[in-house]
Design a binder for this molecule. Structure first.
Ligand SMILES: [Zn+2]
Length: 364
């Protein structure tokens, strides 16, 4: 690519010259991961590179453990060092646009490391190493993700941030329905926008309720766990993986009701039909009785108010964007699944006083 003049690299670069060696971008990469790669490629220590970005005295961790936040001026300098425009950098590194360091206009460049005790908004997940290799990354790259895992559809792998038994990624060839579900999720979220992401987050947390209680879970979960051939004890690591196809299907069902509600064409009679449909779906997964319906009823109760949408109502047609009215704040349309959902259950939280004595020893 032809060299661009530094003047075109955006404001705030403060005359910073591009480093001699450029990097190939990895989508959704964490800022810390990018900084580490850019530094190493150019023979610098990561800390040295950060000092070129601005002032900061926080302890810098490996990209596996922590993210780095920049203010606007430091962001401009990073773009200049990387030899690209600030808006391109913004597009490639999601943390830059989602968590800029707050600063008044014209503040001097600075960087910081988020407080590890503050609630996490995004998860750091290892980038599929084949994808990283194809971008000529020479070290593990990390991406920011709404969940503690990601699917690489291209290489058919499930990646997370763990290394139990040396397993850094889980091949999905044995469970093709998980890949199909992922494609479906991408379609749903592309079609419905924020509402699609919220429907997935809510469906995921309904599955979390079942998983935590372990009284009844779809039979397919245990079958998939077996097909993956993983060691015992990896249950929690693969909870979302084995449940993925049902979660995505449920997300579609939730989104259908939500679309009608937001259009204002939702009625009590329709809701009875809808609940009957959900029950039939659950029966096909061999979930029976009132227990599996509990979280769905709770979800439906939260999604029962009259919709007050500021924008246009969702319409029929190809682009049926769902808004975020109701229990989901407008601002929370991006970010962690846990921040998106209106439901209270978190993976692995076993209720202290269960309503009944569920077995907690034999999940998945
Ligand atoms: Zn890959």
């Amino acid at each position: 690519m032809a060299a661009r003049s530094v003047g075109s690299l955006g404001d705030g670069a403060g005359g910073v010259q591009p480093l001699p060696r450029r990097l190939r971008f990895i989508a959704e990469e964490s800022t810390n991961s990018f900084v580490h790669r850019l530094a190493e490629t150019n023979g610098l220590a990561p800390r040295e590179l950060l000092s070129m970005l601005g002032a900061g005295d926080a302890l810098l961790s490996e990209p596996e453990f922590s993210e780095v936040h920049l203010n606007a001026a430091a962001h401009g300098r990073l773009a200049a060092l990387a030899g690209c425009r600030a808006d391109v950098m913004d597009h490639v590194l999601p943390t830059l646009r989602r968590h800029p360091l707050p600063d008044p206009d014209g503040a001097p460049p600075r960087w910081d490391v988020p407080n590890p005790w503050e609630p996490v908004n995004d998860c750091l997940v290892r980038v599929c190493d084949l994808c990283a290799l194809s971008r000529q990354a020479r070290r593990d790259a990390y991406a920011v993700s709404a969940a503690a895992w990601r699917v690489c559809a291209r290489h058919r792998r499930w990646t997370d941030n763990l290394r139990e038994d040396g397993v850094t990624c889980i091949p999905l060839t044995a469970v093709p329905e998980v890949l199909a579900a992922h494609e479906e999720r991408v379609r749903l979220e592309r079609r419905l926008g924020a509402g699609g992401r919220i429907a997935f987050a809510d469906a995921f947390h309904i599955a979390v309720f079942w998983w935590n209680q372990a009284a009844q879970v779809p039979r397919a979960w245990a079958e998939r766990h077996q097909q993956l051939g993983l060691q015992e004890g990896s249950d929690r690591r693969v909870a979302a993986l084995v449940a993925y196809p049902e979660i995505v299907q449920l997300a579609g069902v939730l989104a259908a009701r939500e679309r009608r509600r937001l259009r204002g064409s939702w009625s009590r009679a329709q809701d009875t039909d809808w609940l009957r449909g959900v029950q039939a779906l659950f029966a096909s997964w061999e979930l029976r009785g009132s227990f599996p319906m509990e979280p769905v009823l709770q979800w439906a109760a939260l999604h029962s108010g009259r919709a007050h949408l500021s924008g246009p109502k969702p319409v029929r047609g190809r682009y049926r964007r769902l808004g975020t009215s109701g229990p989901h704040p407008q601002a929370a349309s991006a970010g962690a699944l846990e921040a998106l959902t209106c439901l209270p259950w978190r993976l692995g939280d076993i209720p202290e006083t269960p309503a009944q004595l569920w077995s907690v020893s034999s999940r998945v």
